[in-house]
Structure formats: structure tokens, C-alpha cells
Design a protein around this ligand. Structure first.
Ligand code: GUN
Length: 291
């Protein structure tokens, strides 16, 4: 049976370190690191993520505020709001929850955020630094996965890492991070058009599943002993559950746990790490801005 990687426990350790750092920051600068989370519309999943982010920030001694707007907000108004947050000295981190409504140009919104306050690490300037291997604010989900691999002593040097999914939020930055000096993986990125996918994923010592399809990764796609990181959070209808759905990852957990060496659960794996790294990025942004 696969070793279960406890994302909640690793995230709690990161959050404790951030809380210590935030307290020291407040003592030195007379204010808390400030985070503003912007959410348009009433998508239930987005609201639940955003609530979790704000709660965790508060608990870590970060001054967090959630700015809720209707999904009809004109793009110009959103850009004006971002300008205002860019100019606000009390704000260190700005996160605009994605996806945005269709009438808004997501790329334009991301470009409008001051790169120094871009705690998502999505601004082209920060993406460029990431690819160049320079210090930057790293996208929270892949950075959280790296932290989880490090803190659970997964050997990365020379390992073949296969990333399933090529999104800007997870797949592409994940590949850049795993390739970096210090992690030193051999990286393959797969996606929906990849030929003979199972033949590729079976070569993975580390398999990162981020395709957003429930239980897509089956046991026959996994090399025995591999470390499997499940980034997916999918709602699957389930009449036996009180809410009418259950949460499941991109990995067929039961079957893959018979083959993998280590596996992250959903929930309680990558999700808590994403939030912990957002807090770490907010503290980091505050420290850099204060010096
Ligand atoms: N939507 C899903 N994941 C993310 C994330 O990491 N950041 C933002 N801003 N939106 C998201």
C-alpha cells in the first residue's frame, strides 16, 4: 500500500512558520502583511476556496480582506480596483480568483497586477523569472507540491517527473520548477492530445496529475513505487452524500494506492498546501516591499 502524504500536516507546518514570520514582520514594521482576494460572481467552488484562503490568512496574522463583486462587473472597473490595490501601501498581495467571467480578458487583468504584489505568480514578468530560474513569487499550487516533496524527502534529482496537464496555473509552472537546479528532475509534460499516454505516465518516478478529470489516472498508468501527486478537485454526483456530491481527485485513489509508493489524498493533499503557499508568498512580498 502507498504511503499517504499528509498535505494537511505539511501545510500546518508551513502556516506555523508563516505565522512566526508575520508576527516578526508586524513587530518590525507596525503593520501586518496585507492580502486582498478579489472574487467576481457566486460560483460555489470559488467562494469556498476564497473563504478558506481568507480564514487561513487571518489565522496566520495576515490582514486579509475579500472583495466580492457581481459577475457583471465591467472589466474597466476591475482594472480600476487593481490600480487602487497596487497603490495601497497596506496591500502586499493581490489575488484575483480565476476563472473570470467571459466578458473579462483574464490576461489583461493579470498584467495589471503589480508584479511585486502578484502572490499567484501569474504575471508574465514573474513567469519569465520562474522559467529563468530567478527568485520570484512562485505559483502557489506547484510551489506547494515542491514543498511537500521536499518535506517528505522524495528524491527528485535525476527522477523522471511526468506532469499531466499544461495549464498556466499548474502544469507549466510545475514543469519549470521540477526542472530547476536543486530539484533536477527530467520532466515530461503530457496533455489531452498526448499519444499513448499510459506508456508515458508509466515511466514516471513522480507523477503530477492536474488535468481536472475525475479519477482519470488508473492503476495501469502508474509505475510500481512511484510518487503520485493528485492536484484535481472534482465534484462527482453522489446521492448517498448529504451535499449530493463527493470530492475526488484526478487519480483513482483506491486502485492507485495499491501500486504507488506514495500518494496524496483528495481532500487533504495538495489543496491545503496551495493555501499555505499563498500565505508564504504574501509574507515574502511584504518583506521584499518593506526593504
Ligand atoms: N483558481 C484556481 N486556482 C487558482 C489559483 O491558484 N489562483 C487564482 N487566482 N485562481 C485560481
Amino acid at each position: 500500500m502507498a504511503h499517504l502524504i499528509d498535505g494537511k500536516a505539511v501545510a500546518a507546518a508551513v502556516r506555523d512558520e508563516v505565522a512566526e514570520g508575520a508576527a516578526a514582520f508586524e513587530a518590525a514594521h507596525g503593520r501586518r502583511p496585507g492580502l486582498r482576494v478579489v472574487l467576481l460572481g457566486d460560483n460555489a467552488a470559488s467562494q469556498s476556496y476564497v473563504r478558506a484562503k481568507a480564514r487561513a490568512a487571518d489565522a496566520a496574522g495576515i490582514d486579509a480582506d475579500t472583495l466580492l463583486h457581481p459577475d457583471t462587473l465591467p472589466e474597466a472597473d476591475l482594472l480600476a480596483l487593481i490600480d487602487q490595490l497596487n497603490a495601497d501601501p497596506a496591500v502586499d498581495g493581490i489575488l484575483v480568483q480565476l476563472p473570470l467571467p467571459d466578458h473579462i480578458d483574464e490576461a489583461a487583468v493579470i498584467r495589471a497586477i503589480d508584479p511585486a504584489k502578484d502572490v499567484d505568480g501569474f504575471h508574465p514578468e514573474n513567469v519569465g523569472k520562474l522559467v529563468l530560474g530567478e527568485e520570484t513569487l512562485e505559483p502557489c499550487t506547484p510551489a506547494g507540491i515542491v514543498e511537500m516533496l521536499r518535506r517528505t524527502n522524495v528524491e527528485t534529482s535525476g527522477a523522471h517527473a511526468v506532469v499531466l496537464g499544461r495549464s498556466n496555473i499548474v502544469g507549466k509552472p510545475m514543469a519549470s520548477l521540477l526542472l530547476r537546479r536543486g530539484l533536477d528532475c527530467t520532466v515530461t509534460v503530457c496533455h489531452s492530445r498526448t499519444r499513448d499516454l499510459a506508456q508515458v505516465t508509466r515511466q514516471a518516478d513522480i507523477l503530477v496529475a492536474a488535468i481536472g478529470r475525475a479519477e482519470f489516472v488508473t492503476a495501469d498508468m502508474v509505475k510500481p513505487g512511484a510518487t503520485v501527486i493528485d492536484v484535481g478537485i472534482n465534484r462527482v454526483e453522489d446521492a448517498t452524500r448529504e451535499r449530493g456530491y463527493r470530492l475526488t481527485g484526478d487519480v483513482d485513489f483506491e486502485a492507485v494506492s495499491e501500486v504507488a509508493g506514495a500518494l496524496t489524498p483528495v481532500p487533504g493533499g495538495v489543496g491545503p498546501m496551495t493555501i499555505a503557499m499563498l500565505l508564504a508568498n504574501t509574507l515574502e512580498a511584504a518583506r521584499r516591499r518593506a526593504t
